[in-house]
Write a protein that binds this ligand. Structure first.
Ligand SMILES: Nc1ncnc2c1ncn2[C@@H]1O[C@H](COP(=O)(O)OP(=O)(O)OP(=O)(O)O)[C@@H](O)[C@H]1O
Length: 254
């Protein structure tokens, strides 16, 4: 499979010029193929969000390279990176980041609205996503009139609206109970399935969330500590997959 995202020897230092610099990532190599769903798993402070920000062109590495679709992120100007994110990436964050004064439909079509498109030009795509993600009937509501799980599914719809080749999700279920979280993970899977060759990169500290991916990459103390590719993807129960992942992680400790 073609690699869509490549991180090569990626380092990220924060506060380099201060007395207390933080070496958040230390030589991370990672390759993510088209169509893959990858979980970046690790304890708090291990560098997961830092890595996601680099892969998603929200930040640039202190050393090493990040390539997305062959584009070297570190070589882009700030403006080029913004455009790159807008056209090539979708994002879902733990805090839903919906615009409170806009309806659900308008939030989903935000990129189209910013681009000056008329409602009739985006309405069909929004309706398709509302139905696909279990949000039928709520398009004209405001975000505050939705449950937390519904809000996050709106954020998923917004992230996949333009069918970007890659969607990044940072602790997408972190603010939700497990049932709502399961709904959001299902929505992410459906949204990605609707994008040919689309891949999902998801940060989580939760083994059960990570076990919904094709592959889990473990980050520890700023380093890629290993990765687990699930056997018989799609066949094992979610508990079985979580068990596989826990057993592998325990084997690393022993
Ligand atoms: N802007 C920043 N300035 C200074 N240090 C930072 C900054 N952002 C993150 N760090 C530090 O870098 C390290 C990695 O942080 P990061 O947020 O990537 O970890 P994480 O694994 O995502 O943690 P969590 O699961 O708690 O969100 C931590 O020591 C953190 O304190």
């Amino acid at each position: 499979m073609t690699a869509l995202i490549e991180a090569v020897g990626v380092e990220r230092m924060y506060g380099e010029k201060t007395p207390y610099p933080v070496h958040a990532l230390r030589g991370v190599d990672l390759s993510i193929a088209e169509g893959e769903t990858v979980a970046i798993l690790g304890p708090s402070g291990s560098g997961k969000s830092t890595l996601l920000h680099l892969l998603g062109a929200l930040d640039v590495p202190t050393a090493g390279d990040v390539l997305v679709g062959g584009v070297e992120i570190g070589r882009l100007s700030d403006r080029e990176r913004s455009l790159f994110r807008l056209t090539q990436c979708g994002f879902v964050f733990q805090a839903f980041h919906l615009v409170p004064s806009m309806t659900v439909s308008e939030n989903i079509a935000l990129a189209a609205m910013i681009g000056g498109l008329r409602r009739r030009q985006w309405k069909d795509r929004v309706d398709e996503l509302l139905e696909m993600l279990g949000l039928t009937g709520v398009g004209s509501r405001l975000p505050q009139e939705l449950s937390g799980g519904q809000r996050q599914r709106v954020a998923v719809a917004r992230a996949v609206f333009r069918k970007p080749p890659v969607v990044f999700a940072d602790e997408p279920t972190g603010n939700l109970d497990s049932a709502s979280g399961a709904g959001v993970l299902a929505a992410l899977r459906s949204g990605i399935r609707g994008i040919e060759g689309g891949c999902l990169v998801m940060v989580t500290h939760d083994v059960d969330v990570a076990s919904t991916a094709d592959r889990a990459v473990l980050i520890n103390d700023g380093r890629a500590a290993g990765e687990w590719k699930f056997a018989n993807t799609g066949n094992a129960s979610s508990a079985g997959r979580g068990g596989q992942l826990r057993a592998w992680m325990a084997s690393l400790d022993s």
